[in-house]
Design a protein. Structure first.
Length: 362
């Protein structure tokens, strides 16, 4: 019998003609397209990591933020996969520790989560203070060099600013005491967690705030800026590579300009939705024993997997009554402006009936 990892590797290396439907779906679920911005951010994480290994006295931390589906968790997993834990005769080494900040994000729960991810069997035992001491000791014993924290926005999504301050102070303490850099990932509200307004000392340790932006598109009748033109080409290149990697024997011509514009409108250029749309269409193709994805399949997938999250959008695969100009502005400046307005409303109302992250993406 093969181990799961060996078995999965054999599936990915199997010729398409010999794959079962289930094996093709498995391959589709493990696709990763490293577009230019993705690669650029991977290098930024690597620089942060290598700087610490070179003996940087004060950890230089990074925040990577973006809207839901932009690819933050995929980026995190891609880097962590390069530095997986391994066993020696005496200790388990965890060069890169990855963890998801729980919700609600109390300090006690954060410490427990990090201990659990390190492999501590008693991660939920003890006081917050004793668990923190144990965490610092285990990080040293496991020779951890970098911490990747997902969902930093969970620190913001609390009813009390006092609790946010307490959690932020603990995070600062983790960096100072262990000298381990942190690369944090989250929704746009993560920027407030690391703002000078909230915690100036923690903000100072996060020298970079990097936006993982969605793709953009320029309509034929709009003035083209160089950066926008590059993004439009980048989106179609992304679809071309995605099409090539799909476990189908024939091309689906996803990068065709007409098809690409429909996919862009349907997904707002957000990678997570592009993948969800195409995977849904792929499953239909495999069920029908077809070797390419048709427009009809994309239409069905849109109604099943995308429409609920994008209320008000027409199905662009069955209607021409759409425009790429109707896609919301998800540039860094626009998202930050929307966040600032949302934050002011929350403070004015004194209520957290709806999360800022939800308002941003509504």
């Amino acid at each position: 019998m093969f181990s799961d990892s060996v078995h999965n590797k054999l599936i990915l290396e199997k010729p398409l003609e010999k794959m079962t439907r289930q094996e093709r779906i498995y391959q589709a679920n493990h696709l990763r397209i490293e577009h230019p911005l993705f690669k650029e951010l991977l290098l930024e994480i690597e620089d942060c990591h290598l700087l610490q290994l070179a003996g940087n006295v004060e950890p230089d931390c990074i925040l990577i933020w973006g809207v839901t589906g932009a690819g933050k968790s995929t980026l995190l997993d891609a880097y962590a996969k390069k530095y997986e834990r391994f066993e020696t005769d005496y200790v388990t080494k965890v060069p890169v520790l990855k963890a998801v900040i729980p919700a609600p994000a109390t300090v006690k729960d954060m410490v427990s989560k990090l201990l659990q991810c390190l492999g501590d069997p008693a991660y939920d035992k003890g006081t917050t203070g004793s668990k923190t001491i144990r965490l610092f000791s285990l990080l040293k014993d496991c020779q951890t060099e970098l911490i990747l924290l997902d969902e930093l926005n969970h620190l913001f999504d609390r009813d009390s600013e006092k609790l946010l301050k307490t959690a932020s102070d603990w995070l600062k303490c983790l960096i100072v005491e262990t000298k381990i850099p942190i690369v944090a990932f989250g929704l746009p509200t993560s920027e407030f967690v690391l703002s000078k307004e909230n915690n100036e000392q923690l903000s100072r340790r996060f020298s970079q705030s990097l936006y993982l932006k969605p793709f953009t598109w320029v309509a034929d009748n709009q003035p083209i800026k160089d950066s926008q033109s590059a993004d439009g080409d980048m989106f179609r290149n992304f679809l071309f590579v995605l099409d090539e990697k799909l476990p189908l024997l024939s091309s689906s011509d996803l990068a065709n300009k007409q098809t690409a514009s429909r996919v862009f409108y349907a997904t707002d250029g957000i990678i997570g939705y592009v993948i969800k749309l195409v995977r849904g269409a792929l499953q239909i193709a495999l069920k029908q024993e077809k070797e390419s994805i048709s427009i009809d399949m994309l239409a069905t997938s849109f109604d099943k997997h995308i429409k609920y999250d994008k209320p008000g959008k027409v199905n662009p695969f069955i209607s021409d009554n759409f425009s790429t100009l109707d896609v919301p502005d998800l540039s860094r400046e626009a998202v930050k402006k929307q966040f600032c307005a949302t934050n002011r409303r929350l403070k004015a109302n004194g209520s957290r009936q709806q999360r800022a992250s939800e308002i941003l993406l509504s």
